[in-house]
Design a protein around this ligand. Structure first.
Ligand code: SF4
Length: 428
C-alpha cells in the first residue's frame, strides 16, 4: 500500500528517518511559533497560539500533521491537533478533576475506582497533545517532576492489594516510554501473582505509528496476556501506517480495542461513525467505547449532546456487525465511574412477558419460563453476587442478591473503593 502523503515541509526527508519514531518525536512541532507557522496563522492568531502555549502543552508529530488538510478550517484531524482560543474559557460545569480521579488515588499514579482493577498513570508525557484531552490537568508534565519512586510506590500498592487482577497502564501515553523502561515495569507487574491481565491505553498507533516497532511487540508479547486499547476518532486517522502498527500488535497476540471520544465537528455524525467502526474492524481493532466528552476545562467547543451519542448507537445497532457497535458511556462527574447509555429496546413488560423492539421498529414479545428457580450452578448462593466484603449492601447488584430492602445512599465518600483509598492514605 502507498504510504500516506507527507506535508511538503517534510517531503525530502529520507524514508529511514521518517519511519523512525525517534526522528518523529524530535521533529514534532512543540513550540508556539513552529505551530503557528505550520497552521499559516495571521499575526493575531500567532499571538493567540502563544497565549495558549502558556496554558497547555503542544506536540504535533510530522506524521500526524501531514494528515491535516490545511485548506479546510473544519478539518476533523486539524480540530484535534490545533489549539483554539476557546480552550482558555472554562464553562461553569467544567472542573480540573471532573471525574474525581484524585479522590480515588491511594498513592500517586494509581486510580483505584473499581474493586478489581486500577488505572496506572505511568507517565504524563504524550507524543501528541490532543486538544480535547480529559487529563489535560496533568499531561505534558504538570503532575510531578522526578517520579521513579512514585512508579515503584504504585507497583508496591498493586502488589499489596490482592483484589487487583487487572492493571490498565495509561497516562499520558505509556508507549512514549523507552522499551527497556517499559519492560522493567511490565516484569515487576507480571511477577505479581494476582495481576491476571495488563492493558494499555494508547494513542501512539494513531499519531506516531512508527513507534510500534517489531522490537516493542516482541518485548510486549513476553508479558501476555496484554490487551491494547487504541484511540482512533475519525476514519481519516486509519492510514497504511496506522493499519500496519495495529497489525504488528495483533500479530504479536494482543487483542485490540478502540475508544473514541464523541466530538463536535470531528465525528458527531452516524455516517462518519459507521465508516470509522468499519475501518477499525478491517484493521483488526474492535470498537470498544464511544465516550461522551468529559467536562475538562476549556473543551466545551468539542462537546456534543448525549442524545447525539444515542442517535449514533441507534444508527449502528442492527444496521451493522454487532461487535462493530461500541458501548456508549458517560464518565460520571464526581467519581461515579463509567455508565453505559443505550437506546431503549424494551417497549413494555408484565410478569412473565416482555415487549421488545428491534432496530427497524419491529416489536415482538419474549415469554419468560414459568418454572425458573434462581439456583446457581456453582451452588454458591448469594456470595458470588458482588464483592460485599463486610456483609453490607454496596451496589445495585448486591441489592438484588441480598435480603436488604434498600441501600442507603451514603455518597461517594463512603463507597468501598473510597474506604480503601482512605485506609492507604492513613497508613492503616
Ligand atoms: S494521547 Fe491521551 S493522554 Fe495524551 S493528550 Fe491525547 S488524550 Fe490526552
Amino acid at each position: 500500500m502507498e504510504p500516506s502523503k507527507r506535508h511538503p515541509r517534510w517531503a525530502e526527508v529520507a524514508p529511514e528517518q521518517w519511519n523512525d519514531w525517534r526522528w518523529q518525536v524530535s521533529h514534532s512541532l512543540k513550540n508556539a511559533d513552529d505551530l503557528a507557522d505550520f497552521m499559516q496563522c495571521s499575526e493575531g492568531q500567532r499571538e493567540e497560539v502563544r497565549r495558549l502555549s502558556r496554558n497547555f502543552r503542544f506536540a504535533l508529530t510530522p506524521y500526524y500533521a501531514s494528515l491535516i488538510d490545511l485548506n479546510d478550517p473544519d478539518d476533523p484531524v486539524g480540530l484535534q491537533a490545533f489549539p483554539q482560543s476557546m480552550e482558555l474559557v472554562s464553562a461553569p460545569e467544567e472542573e480540573q478533576d471532573h471525574i474525581g480521579e484524585e479522590h480515588y488515588s491511594p498513592v500517586k499514579r494509581i486510580v483505584h475506582r473499581y474493586p478489581d482493577r486500577v488505572l496506572f498513570i505511568l507517565t504524563e508525557q504524550c507524543s501528541f497533545y490532543c486538544r480535547f484531552c480529559t487529563r489535560r490537568r496533568i499531561v505534558g508534565g504538570g503532575m510531578h517532576g522526578e517520579y521513579l519512586d512514585e512508579i515503584q510506590e504504585a507497583i508496591t500498592y498493586i502488589a499489596e492489594t490482592p483484589q487487583i487482577r487487572d492493571v490498565l497502564i495509561s497516562g499520558g501515553d505509556p508507549f512514549v516510554y523507552a522499551d527497556e523502561k517499559l519492560e522493567g515495569v511490565l516484569a515487576k507487574l507480571r511477577a505479581i501473582e494476582h495481576v491476571e491481565i495488563i492493558r494499555f491505553g494508547t494513542r501512539v498507533p494513531v499519531v506516531i505509528p512508527m513507534r510500534i516497532t517489531s522490537e516493542l511487540c516482541s518485548m510486549l508479547r513476553k508479558y501476555h496476556p496484554i490487551y491494547v486499547n487504541t484511540h482512533f476518532n475519525h476514519p481519516r486517522e486509519i492510514t497504511p501506517e496506522s493499519a500496519a502498527a495495529c497489525a504488528r500488535l495483533a500479530d504479536a497476540g494482543m487483542p485490540l480495542g478502540n475508544q473514541t471520544v464523541l466530538m463536535r465537528g470531528v465525528n458527531d455524525c452516524p455516517v462518519v461513525m459507521k465508516k470509522l467502526v468499519h475501518e477499525l474492524l478491517k484493521i483488526r481493532v474492535r470498537p470498544y467505547y464511544l465516550y461522551q466528552a468529559d467536562l475538562a476545562p476549556g473543551t466545551k467547543h468539542f462537546r456534543a449532546p448525549i442524545s447525539k451519542g444515542i442517535e449514533i448507537i441507534e444508527s449502528l445497532r442492527g444496521h451493522t456487525t454487532g461487535f462493530a457497535v461500541p458501548n456508549f458511556v458517560v464518565d460520571m462527574v464526581g467519581g461515579g465511574g463509567k455508565v453505559p447509555i443505550a437506546p431503549n429496546y424494551v417497549v413494555s413488560q408484565a410478569p412473565g412477558k416482555w415487549v421488545l423492539r428491534n432496530f427497524e421498529g419491529f416489536m415482538s414479545t419474549y415469554t419468560e419460563p414459568d418454572d425458573y428457580e434462581d439456583r446457581c450452578p456453582e451452588k454458591c448462593g448469594a456470595s458470588h453476587a458482588t464483592p460485599s466484603t463486610n456483609g453490607k449492601v454496596q451496589s445495585v447488584a448486591s441489592l438484588l442478591r441480598s435480603r436488604a430492602p434498600a441501600m442507603k445512599a451514603k455518597g461517594r465518600q463512603q463507597t468501598a473503593a473510597a474506604a480503601r483509598v482512605r485506609a492507604v492514605r492513613q497508613g492503616t
